[in-house]
Design a binder for this molecule. Structure first.
Ligand SMILES: *Cc1c(COP(=O)(O)O)cnc(C)c1O
Length: 399
């Protein structure tokens, strides 16, 4: 058998990895090389929304593996049309472009926003407004779109054309339009930046302003999309209609995929030669996307997520009230942030030692991402464990 410690020397040191190697997953659980099982409340960072290796996606991928893997976008790929139809039928958007990742979906959004300005007679509009504490990806353009200094550090000069405003700040809305603005790009719950939900009224005022000035409202739903917040897309809970949304994480149940969806008047700025991708929209990814979406849209799944989330939120509020180590519980649906007074890393380790995987979002925020399919019993295992850990921390705390 291979050893548990993964040899790092041939691998670039881009991640501080947790000290476990995972070799198998099914449903809400993953297993390490020693056969130990963990309740996975990271869902592969909001990606395995149906749990690990969900049956129907597995079955359809197996069939596709036996049929066709790749043929390039120089030919028609029927499943692209089907997935585009399914995504647009269930959203306010009209057309889709398929990529392989979240960053690539945002790259497509950034490109179409620039092209749209030129096509609509505003070549001077070259800027995109994003927000502080946002996260939009790691490519050179999307890291520049990201409103976090720690992501920029070491990579200057940044790709120009981005302006950062404070999130949820009503006064800052006056600075959105400066004659150069073509689009606004934002997350409705900032995921990596600390699980910060956008204020509903603020988003509505922002959307009105965008509409008024023909500024594109582009919502990064890469983490919030595909049921994560209890509706298929988070924007559906805000009463706004974005011009563009980007998707990735949950869309393929773990198979790499990204998508940029746009309203028709925006989508028409992409013509042959404007944009492309060798792998984007390949038959395997489209199969994973279609099978995932079909499951997510099953009659009872999202209402069930809502019910489970309501129970979970109440329970987490109780944990917060009964223990001193928790500062705030925030988020939407099954995208949950728990701000602690302690370092999140220490709490993550305690969870892992008790067989549960959770993430951080910044130094002091625990990010909890149960699969949407998690059972009531598993949720109770989680909250019971949280109570135990909170009691342990309170007992050792000096204040
Ligand atoms: C993960 C994430 C991205 C980047 O996606 P990749 O697939 O890692 O490129 C962009 N935006 C948001 C909101 C994300 O959560």
């Amino acid at each position: 058998m291979s050893s548990v410690t993964v040899k790092q020397s041939n691998l670039m040191n881009t991640y501080n990895r947790f000290p476990i190697s995972l070799v198998k997953g099914k449903g809400s659980y993953v297993w390490n090389e020693k056969g130990e099982k963990f309740l996975d409340y990271t869902s592969g960072i909001a990606t395995c929304n149906l749990g690990h290796v969900p049956d129907s996606v597995q079955q359809k991928l197996k069939e596709q593996v036996d049929t066709l893997w790749h043929c390039s976008n120089l030919y028609e790929i029927p499943s692209q049309h089907s997935l585009a139809a399914a995504l647009t039928k269930n959203s306010c958007l009209d057309q889709a472009f398929f990529a392989n990742s979240g960053a690539e979906a945002n790259e497509a959004a950034i490109k179409i926003a620039k092209k749209y300005a030129k096509d609509s007679g505003h070549p001077e509009r070259t800027e995109i407004v994003t927000f502080k504490s946002s996260f939009h990806g790691r490519t050179t353009a999307t890291l520049a779109a990201t409103g976090q200094k720690k992501i920029h550090d070491g990579f200057t000069p940044l790709t120009p054309g981005f302006r950062y405003l404070p999130f949820n700040d009503f006064e800052a809305l006056q600075q959105i339009n400066n004659e150069k603005t073509t689009a606004v790009l934002l997350e409705l719950v900032q995921g990596e930046g600390g699980v910060n939900p956008a204020d509903k009224q603020w988003v509505n005022e922002l959307a009105d302003l965008c509409k008024d000035k023909d500024i594109l409202l582009m919502i990064d739903e890469i983490q919030t999309g595909i049921g994560r917040t209890g509706t298929l897309f988070a924007y559906q809970q805000y009463g706004v209609e974005p011009d563009v949304i980007t998707l990735a994480k949950g869309l393929g149940s773990g198979f790499p995929i990204g998508a940029m969806l746009a309203k028709e008047h925006v989508a028409k700025s992409f013509q042959p030669g404007s944009h492309g991708s060798t792998f984007g929209g390949n038959p395997l990814a489209m199969t994973a996307g279609l099978a995932t979406l079909e499951e997510i849209l099953e009659e009872n799944l999202l209402p069930d997520v809502y019910k489970k989330a309501v129970w979970f939120w109440n329970e987490m509020e109780t944990v917060k009230q009964n223990f001193n180590c928790i500062k705030e519980v925030r988020g939407t649906g099954f995208l949950i942030g728990v701000e602690l007074y302690d370092e999140a890393a220490l709490v993550i380790t305690r969870f892992r030692e008790k067989g549960i995987l959770v993430l951080a979002a910044g130094a002091k925020v625990l990010r909890i991402l149960p699969p949407l399919t998690t059972s009531q019993e598993e949720l109770e295992i989680f909250t019971d464990t949280f109570k135990q850990i909170a009691a342990e921390i309170d007992a050792t705390s000096t204040n």
